[in-house]
Design a protein around this ligand. Structure first.
Ligand code: NAI
Length: 697
């Protein structure tokens, strides 16, 4: 039972009860129509109130029903709303806390609406690449005005009920109720019980003084802002229909737009990302009720690029941080950068001065390990050198209190080895932040062989608190993200050797939707970083073929933007990438030395070689259990590597293309004498899924 029925005097109360947010799943929908039938058959009942139990009126569709036949099973939401409209007794929606999507559409079908202040009201369907599908576009513009409705529908953002209640001429809320909402709603329902005819939103008019100009303006702005997504423009068209068409014709247009958008790869990608984000926190052998350790104070070792950014995350969340360094100058420099970052936010109006002061007050510094003894967790962000890590972790083992969590931000080193430097490997874990650590959403949580379950659960919960997307990774070279990017970078190098210029590769990848191609990215991050890693790591893999062009570039001193030259030239103080004749010459010379005759390579081949390299390595990572699921890999790429959201991540993209086609392309790539045939052997998991006609999801 996902909706309850009770009588309060002459009022029947139907309470949606489907935790956590009263999603309108089949049982809840059926509960509403059953309740309406019962109330209409009962001569005692004069009016009906629909409300929600717990912390929501309703959050809309039940995401657990996404894509399943149950979502469409009658009564579907449209039928429920028709039943509400057609009810012979007045139906009052008593709205509180959260009223979104289908929940708002349901309430708009009711004859009256009363609301508690502070309710978040939204039609967020656009965020899933859809338009509202149960009358939202037709009814909302009739009660809050065309412009307000369009803003809400195109942005998907919530608006507080008290703000909506102040909109001139609004007909969304008949009454705002402070205090006991249900009692107030029942009193209101009794008051209006005998009023006839029953008011219906569909009978109102959606009007605009100058609709042609307004909607043309909206098309232009929305079109320019939502290049890769078809839904926002459809929001404009469907809201326009509420003005230009009769109600039923507008409903038909909304329905058609909804169904057509449902089939688009963009909506599929957004819905995938929505579900994938929620899946990341599910760890099969660490149940949701695993007890977590209390982290009231954090220590950070190293106030460099990463240490400062990491500290800011915790200060923002109100958790005191103490940073330890070797020298006072390093501390001063690190703290100055933190303050500069906050000052910039204040200047932009994103942060209030008193908040800045409060955050800085939570920060302390030290040169002395003894000052870490009361910290509940420490994150190490010192030089990427196993000797330095060893010395730091041995010291931490001596000074940290029992039960404290010892985390390393290492990007390439073996977390199991780091854990073994201590006598408490169960308390050691990897927290791999991405740069800039105070901005980037992704946090790879690296689970060591001996990491205790409650340590993992604690770090996942803490990651959520500092608003990161946390993805669990097992221990391997590069963890999930960097292990995959290595194959992507190798392909980018091969493409240069075979005939591409850096700008050609970047353009193709950016047209696909990445914010930046691999070479512009390299120039931004610093080409020397990869150079040092290759020098160290490729010593252990003497047989691994890779293009030496990136090494030759570094030998020319072209480390990227920071040295004013990299794959591209840069004018002083500017970030525009200007193609470099010098670099083209270096590549041509290298190509000639290898005896490769350059060929013209199309954008499709460029994109597919780069993206399928991610997919093949990703499939191995899933099969080895390094990632818990393919969708975790998509979250790593969407939140940490600028993979285009409208493609849903590499694994989702491969599913969209069809794994059979992906494997066929890999087999073609394997025949290229200048590529790495061994790498292009499809990973066993990928080969199996492709042969069985299945997908990663
Ligand atoms: P950094 O060189 O900017 O900062 C390191 C800081 O640690 C310096 O301020 C140094 O004085 C301090 N330090 C060194 N040894 C120390 C010791 N024994 N005790 C106390 N402080 C010490 O380096 P960065 O970039 O912040 O990297 C730190 C860690 O984060 C490395 O393990 C790196 O691999 C990892 N990482 C770096 C990323 C990046 O984009 N820079 C991204 C993800 C991880």
């Amino acid at each position: 039972m996902s909706a309850t029925y009770e009588l309060r005097g002459p009022v029947a109360v139907i309470t949606l009860d489907n935790p956590p947010v009263n999603g309108l799943g089949y049982d809840t929908r059926k509960g509403i129509t059953d309740g309406l039938d019962r109330a209409q058959a009962d001569a005692q009942v004069r009016a009906i109130v629909i409300t929600g139990a717990g912390k929501a009126f309703s959050g809309g569709a039940d995401i657990r029903e996404f894509g399943s036949p149950k979502a469409l099973q009658e009564p579907n939401l449209l039928s429920v709303i028709l039943a509400v409209e057609a009810c012979s007794k007045p139906v009052v929606a008593a709205i509180h806390t959260v009223c979104m999507g289908g929940g708002l559409e349901l309430s708009l079908g009711c004859h009256y609406r009363v609301a508690a202040p502070g309710t978040q009201v939204a039609l967020p369907e656009v965020k899933l690449g859809l338009v509202p599908g149960a009358g939202g576009t037709q009814r909302l513009s009739r009660v809050i005005g065309v412009e307000n409705a369009l803003n809400m529908i195109v942005s998907g953002e919530p608006v507080k009920s008290e703000l909506l209640a102040m909109a001139p001429g609004q007909k969304l809320f008949d009454k705002m109720i402070d205090g006991d909402l249900l009692a107030g709603a029942c009193a209101f329902a009794t008051e209006v019980a005998d009023k006839r005819p029953l008011p219906l939103v569909r009978h109102l008019k959606a009007e605009h003084a100058n609709p042609d100009a307004f909607f043309q303006f909206a098309r232009n702005t929305v079109g320019a802002m939502s290049k890769n997504f078809p839904a926002p423009l459809q929001c404009v068209e469907t809201v326009a229909a509420s003005v230009y068409k009769k109600f039923d014709d507008g409903m038909k247009q909304e329905r058609e737009a909804f169904i057509a958008l449902m089939m688009t790869p963009e909506s599929r990608a957004l819905r995938h990302a929505f579900v994938a984000e929620r899946a990341t926190s599910k760890i099969p052998d660490v149940p949701a009720d695993t007890p977590v350790r209390d982290v009231k104070k954090l220590a950070v070792i190293g106030a460099g690029t990463m240490g400062g950014g990491i500290a800011m995350n915790f200060l923002n969340a109100g958790i005191p941080v103490v940073i330890l360094e070797m020298k006072q100058e390093a501390l001063d420099k690190g703290v100055a950068i933190i303050r500069k970052n906050y000052d910039a936010q204040v200047k932009k109006g994103k942060l209030k001065q008193d908040k800045l002061d409060a955050r800085m007050a939570l920060l302390s510094t030290t040169l002395n390990y003894a000052d870490l003894k009361d910290a509940d967790m420490v994150i190490e962000a010192v030089f990427e050198d196993i000797g330095v890590k060893e010395q730091v972790f041995k010291t931490l083992d001596e000074v940290m209190k029992p039960g404290a969590i010892l985390a390393s931000n290492t990007s390439t080193l073996d977390v199991n080895r780091i854990a073994a430097f201590t006598k408490r490997p169960q308390d050691v874990i990897g927290t791999h932040f991405f740069s800039p650590a105070n901005v980037m959403k992704l946090l790879e949580v690296v689970r060591g062989e001996k990491t205790a379950k409650d340590v993992l659960a604690t770090v996942m919960a803490l990651g959520k608190k500092i608003r990161k997307t946390c993805v669990v990774s097992g221990v391997c070279d590069g963890f999930i993200g960097n292990r995959m990017i290595e194959q992507y970078s190798r392909q980018a190098g091969f493409l240069l050797e075979e005939g591409c210029t850096p700008q050609q590769v970047d353009k193709a990848v950016e047209k696909f939707g990445f914010a930046m191609g691999p070479f512009r990215m390299g120039d931004l991050a610093g080409n020397d970083v990869g150079w040092y890693i290759r020098k160290r790591r490729y010593l252990e893999k003497p047989d691994l073929r890779y293009s030496k062009t990136a090494d030759l570039l570094c030998e020319m001193g072209r480390f990227g933007q920071k040295t004013g030259a990299g794959w591209y030239d840069y004018l002083p103080g500017k970030r525009d990438a200007i193609p470099s004749a010098l670099v083209d010459g270096m590549i041509e010379k290298h190509r000639a030395e290898l005896g490769i005759v350059p060929r013209k390579i199309g954008d499709d081949e460029i994109v597919h070689r780069l993206v399928y390299a991610l997919v093949n390595e990703g499939a191995k990572i899933v099969e080895e259990g390094i990632a818990l699921r393919a969708s975790d890999i998509d979250m790593v790429y969407l939140t940490g590597y600028g993979f285009p959201l409208h493609r849903g991540g590499p694994m989702c993209y491969a599913d969209t293309v069809g794994l059979f086609n992906v494997v066929a392309a890999m087999n073609r790539f394997a025949k290229n004498p200048h590529d790495d045939a061994a790498f292009w052997q499809p990973a066993p998991l990928l080969a199996r899924l492709a042969a069985e006609g299945r997908t990663f999801s």
